[in-house]
Design a protein around this ligand. Sequence first.
Ligand code: SF4
Length: 459
Amino acid sequence: MFDELHEECGVFGAYRIENASSITYYGLHSLQHRGQEASGMAVCDGKEIHVQKGKGLTVDVFRKDKLNQLEGDLAIGHVRYSTAGGQENENIQPIVSKGHLGSLAVAHNGQIVNEKELRLELENQGAIFQGTSDSEVLLHLIQKEKGTLLEKVIKTARRLEGAFSFLVLDEDSIYAVRDRHGLRPLSYAAFKDGYVISSETCAFEVMGIYDSTDLKPGEVVEFKKGLVKKYQYTQDITHHMCAMEYIYFARPDSVVEGINVHAFRKKTGAVLAKKDVGLEADIVIGVPDSSLSAAIGYAEASGIPLETGLYKNRYVGRTFIQPTQAMRDRGVRMKLSPVTSVVKGKSVVMIDDSIVRGTTSRRIVRLLKEAGAKAVHVRIASPVITHPCFYGVDTSTKEELIGAHMNKDEIEKYIEADSLQYMEVEELKQVAKEIGLCVACFNGDYCTPLYSYQKVLEK
Ligand code: SF4
């Protein structure tokens, strides 16, 4: 039971780039915010696929000596936060298979909602699984299909339902695939004599690449024989980019579907400010880090000065690792501290990106009041989360969501705020303009059938 949302994963690929492992290392490092539990890389030297992976951050898993062993100019990599499947070593990606027809590696971001049905079908046909992740199902399906690797990848993509942006590597090519609803981001860019592929464009920018292309929903991009070819594997597409990518997951320097994430968040702050005409407050503060852009937007639109009212200690382990409530309480205090001289005696507008269980919001409000804040007005740069996500985010039950059980006034009371305001779904859609959003966790309007996950909603 966590009080923060967690993205499941990030993927990175390097095609025809000398020392592909080094570039992939930097790429994964830039995507670390998408998963810190495990990191892995599969590199091909034209003959064989070599794999290194382990639990922990990219910098811990890949020491220089390990990277030097990964020779080749093709690579795919992965950073993981586990929701589908568990934390077992077998689930760390990329997942590799070595068969008589050659080797394959797969790295996947998202969640396949018909995974259980597909796994059962494959098991009935004799498939043996090493782990419990849906990415392994993906690999088995690709192997089972007939034809060229491109044909196998396309046939597999057509069988999957849910959120997926995945990369497939063999001895001489890489395939990048995006689900037909465009739920998770995936982009590629020319680099040196080859190409790089990434869940987020922030990984390109650290390499000095400022021009990239998004995969379209329902698209496969083939990197083979030095060429890039695009294939639309289905015409049955929709546009449902995860709204939470803009609100919380993606790095502010990333561009998702043509919109800079920082700029998006600033606009949500401005929307919140416009709803607050007449609110008397001395300062605006953001909960670091993902709410800082929205706080800037609120301050600019309201004219209330922006301040640093909370300091985040970046060297503390994530609160969810700690098992007991008492330890979690201590963890939050270690992680976030109020800047007493800033908040003392002030009426504070506190901007946060979302409320999951409400316990973290309540602790932060208490921290600010203990530091002498006169009033704390909480403003949330997203609508109320009322439904679980089955597309690669770790809110898998309704019970853990305060918004599924309490109305706004009850939540305001629970978190001990002097006032509370959220974005509305329609306001969020207006910020996104022509970009179609998934807003299922705010209104239960899922863009796919949910298969076995439907039972979770009916509980
Ligand atoms: S349900 Fe929410 S978190 Fe999940 S993909 Fe949709 S918007 Fe994102």
